[in-house]
Design a binder for this molecule. Structure first.
Ligand code: ZN
Length: 292
């Protein structure tokens, strides 16, 4: 299978910035890891895709971004975390949720699964004392529209967001997305050209499934054939960096009394990583050591 990839482009003499991602493999990995239903694959897949793209832009060597979608739908909440290489991980409350297709378009009903009410949260941590936290209400639960609203209201950057995950009976056929951001000097002329280009463009997952390269997609959605573009040489992937040490830290945060309680009642503790389902076992001895 073709590798996942992120590119960043400038169009119209730098007045417009376009970033594109192919995330098929990372979304497929999430699907198999969490045994996701098709609807959950589409929902979490879209969130993983945009989080990976935004992660790639984070400054600082240890910059990370966490996104959360907390809607009132049956899917429950979703969380994704990416590092500044675009490596991403995530989970969803109800991974096996199965709901009927959207009767209007016959597609997976992500909006209904996520819910039409709730909040999205974006937490950017670049190693400063306080992370940046942005939040905006959910608009449609379709993720892309919710992030478009986030960029417009919370970051005041007019941005077109497209995210797509194509699922068939064998798994993820294609997944990806793009962000088109207008720079302050972009004018009516550029806006009209982009609107026209977008009207004529297929969906992102269709273009990827047709085998289009990211650069071709960037050209198609901007209507500009003379892009300045930059392709990153790393391959973003679904990655979890959990370890027994990190699990130990989260055990400590539950407090002495709780740990004493576990020792007395269970005699051991088993912690499962939300992101990759790896199990970590702590014996009675290890728990007693933690108490000190
Ligand atoms: Zn893990």
């Amino acid at each position: 299978m073709q590798e996942d990839k992120i590119i960043s482009c400038l169009a119209y003499n730098g007045k417009v910035n376009v970033r594109c991602i192919k995330s098929t493999n990372m979304v497929e990995k999430a699907r198999t890891l969490h045994d996701l239903s098709p609807t959950a694959t589409a929902a979490l897949g879209r969130l993983l895709t945009i989080t990976s793209l935004l992660g790639k832009e984070m400054k600082g060597e240890k910059g990370t971004i966490t996104t959360q979608v907390k809607g009132n739908g049956p899917l429950g909440s979703m969380t994704a975390v990416a590092d500044n290489e675009g490596n991403v991980k995530g989970y969803v409350s109800n991974p096996q949720l199965d709901i009927p297709l959207n009767p209007e378009n016959g597609k997976l009903n992500v909006g209904e699964a996520v819910g039409k009410e709730g909040m999205i949260y974006i937490i950017k941590d670049i190693g400063l004392k306080e992370p940046y936290i942005g939040m905006t209400p959910i608009i449609s639960g379709e993720i892309a529209e919710d992030f478009t609203n986030y960029f417009a209201t919370s970051e005041q950057t007019p941005t077109v967001v497209a995210l797509g995950v194509l699922v068939d009976k064998n798994g993820v056929k294609a997944a990806g997305g793009y962000l088109i951001t207008l720079m302050p000097d972009a004018g009516e002329e550029e806006i009209v050209k982009i609107e026209t280009a977008l009207k004529n463009a297929d969906s992102i997952s269709k273009m990827l499934d047709d085998g289009k390269e990211l650069i071709e997609i960037a050209e198609t959605v901007t209507g500009e054939s003379n892009l300045m573009y930059f392709e990153y040489d790393n391959i973003p992937s679904y990655e979890c960096n959990c370890s027994k040490e990190k699990m130990e830290k989260s055990l400590i945060t539950i407090g002495k009394e709780e740990i004493k309680d576990i020792i007395e009642n269970e005699g051991k503790a088993e912690l499962v990583c939300h992101f990759c389902n790896e199990k970590y076992l702590f014996s009675k001895d290890e728990l007693e050591k933690l108490l000190n």
